[in-house]
Design a protein around this ligand. Structure first.
Ligand code: CAA
Length: 299
């Protein structure tokens, strides 16, 4: 029995080159996953060469770590290194069949990225957004062919979290959705279909956990106490570790989206925004962040 919303996989288009727009921590993580699991050329881009180089450095370090842990042999490590390219020149995306973005969580920014990329790729190329809560339909409204766009939402840490949410807009073609399901399967992820609703499925829950933890700070409870209160629940991470993992800015954006769509159910937290705006170095010195894992992800 096919999962709800999953189309006929025979309609999937072949993917022989992947384009990744954005070279931050999330994008670099899934660029590596595409390399490893699809073994096809992956081209990565960002707004400047420094960001591209940082993404490439992350990927090379992770390939070295996989080799060191004997998860891949030297031949495969070399093959993966040779398959990845980073560039600020988006014309190198011309022959990509599947292009996925993880740029700043703002609809206008994502629209601009896709409008530009649609002018470069072939008419058959499938486009995907890793947005965590924005409307995929609205992002795609600037496209000449919005039917080629799907939501393809990974979770942090990408290498270990087994889930991908595939978001189908009302316009999405069966080919685009089928391709997304087959790509997810080849990445060895469990795909679940989601309607194009705010927060999709997972972030409806996570935004509650992260938001209410932050609102406990608003109420005057010290951060360490909130952490201790959650410890005995046996979750893999406490709420602030989770916020650290996804990035405070991302958590604040998700919260904003949910509050704007469901003001009766989601509520803003002054602390979530205040902490998201604190420069990392200062914040780390103050010991405000819980783990500091995702300092690099704050952009
Ligand atoms: N980046 C990459 N890999 C990581 C990692 C990270 N930040 N953290 C852990 N790992 C890897 C480790 O390297 C290890 O891999 P190997 O087996 O290859 O060595 C593996 O994960 C397990 O690590 P640990 O042994 O340290 O395991 P753990 O038991 O402490 O589990 C965890 C770590 C899997 C991250 C666990 O704490 C967990 O499941 N946390 C919850 C994560 C979660 O809920 N993510 C969703 C966030 S929401 C989101 O991303 C999207 C959004 O839209 C907001």
């Amino acid at each position: 029995k096919r999962p709800v919303g999953a189309p006929d996989r025979k309609l999937a288009r072949p993917v022989s080159k992947v384009g990744v727009i954005g070279a931050g921590l999330m994008a670099s993580q899934f660029a590596l996953l595409f390399l490893r699991r699809l073994q096809v050329p992956v081209v990565l881009t960002d707004v400047d060469q420094a960001r591209v180089d940082k993404g490439l450095a992350y990927i090379r370090d992770e390939i070295a770590a996989l080799e060191q842990k004997a998860r891949i042999d030297a031949d495969e490590a070399n093959r993966l290194r040779a398959l990845v390219r980073g560039t600020v020149d988006k014309t190198e995306f011309a022959d990509c069949d599947f292009v996925i973005e993880a740029v700043f969580e703002e609809t206008a920014v994502k629209q601009q990225v896709f409008a530009e990329i649609e002018g470069i790729v072939s008419p058959e190329a499938i486009l995907a957004t890793n947005t965590s809560s924005l409307s995929v339909e609205e992002i795609g409204s600037v496209l000449a062919h919005p039917e080629r766009l799907v939501g393809f939402h990974f979770f942090n840490p990408v290498a270990v979290m087994p889930l991908v949410e595939i978001v189908r807009t009302p316009q999405a073609s069966e080919e685009a959705v089928a391709t997304a399901y087959v790509v997810a399967k080849n990445l060895r992820k469990n795909a679940i279909g989601s309607a194009d609703a705010p927060g999709f499925i997972v972030n409806r829950l996570l935004a509650k956990v992260m938001g209410e933890a932050a609102r406990a700070l608003d109420a005057g409870t010290p951060l360490a106490t909130v952490e201790r209160a959650f410890g005995p629940l046996g979750l893999p991470m406490t709420p602030f570790q989770l916020i650290d993992l996804v990035g405070w800015k991302v958590a604040a954006h998700v919260q904003d989206t949910m509050v704007s769509h469901f003001p009766e159910r989601f509520h803003a937290s002054a602390n979530l925004h205040a902490l998201a705006d604190v420069p990392q170095a200062v914040e780390k010195d103050k010991g405000g962040r819980v783990t500091g894992w995702t300092k690099e992800a704050q952009r």
